[in-house]
Design a protein around this ligand. Structure first.
Ligand code: CU
Length: 162
């Protein structure tokens, strides 16, 4: 019989459910047991670390960005993304170099780049082009006057088609 049911496989392995790869079965089961015992905690710890690292934006203690997008609601076409850049104490940060990168979640779409200008002390404004309707994520890259770099992301959901 070429195609065996799962029941046949279970029976032929003394009740251990495994894929039917002939002699591979005998190696497969212990390996998985070892993996679960020895490596799963390591993998789990690594995942926790990665999650923690992802959730903590670079230079989070340095500055805050409060973006404002006009027009509202955002729609396809030209927009202005403005924001104040403040340090941890709430003081505005002047003289920073700020650029934006806009991405959508689906593959195969070119990111949209734009440079911001400082329009008032610590206030920056950036012309931006929403090239497609849907959900966007804007990455803000800041080069502080003292040379420190900072990256922030914020979502712009539901950009309208018109
Ligand atoms: Cu898109």
């Amino acid at each position: 019989m070429l195609v065996r049911s799962q029941k046949d496989v279970v029976e032929s392995n003394g009740g251990v459910i495994a894929s039917d790869f002939g002699s591979g079965i005998n190696r497969c089961v212990p390996w998985r047991a070892i993996f679960a015992k020895r490596f799963a905690p390591v993998v789990f710890a690594s995942m926790l670390f990665l999650v923690a690292a992802c959730n903590r934006p670079a230079g989070s203690d340095l500055a805050t960005i409060e973006p404002e997008i006009t027009p509202q609601p955002a729609h396809v076409g030209p927009a202005t993304i403005a924001f104040k850049l403040k340090d941890a104490a709430g003081n505005r940060i002047a003289g920073a170099n700020v650029s934006l990168e806009g991405n959508m979640s689906h593959p195969g779409m070119a990111p949209v780049f734009a440079d911001a200008k400082e329009v008032a002390t610590g206030e920056y404004s950036c012309p931006f082009q929403f090239s497609m309707a849907g959900d966007w994520v804007i990455t803000v890259r800041v080069l502080m006057p003292d040379g420190q770099k900072l990256e922030r992301q914020f979502a712009v959901k539901g950009v309208r088609a018109d």
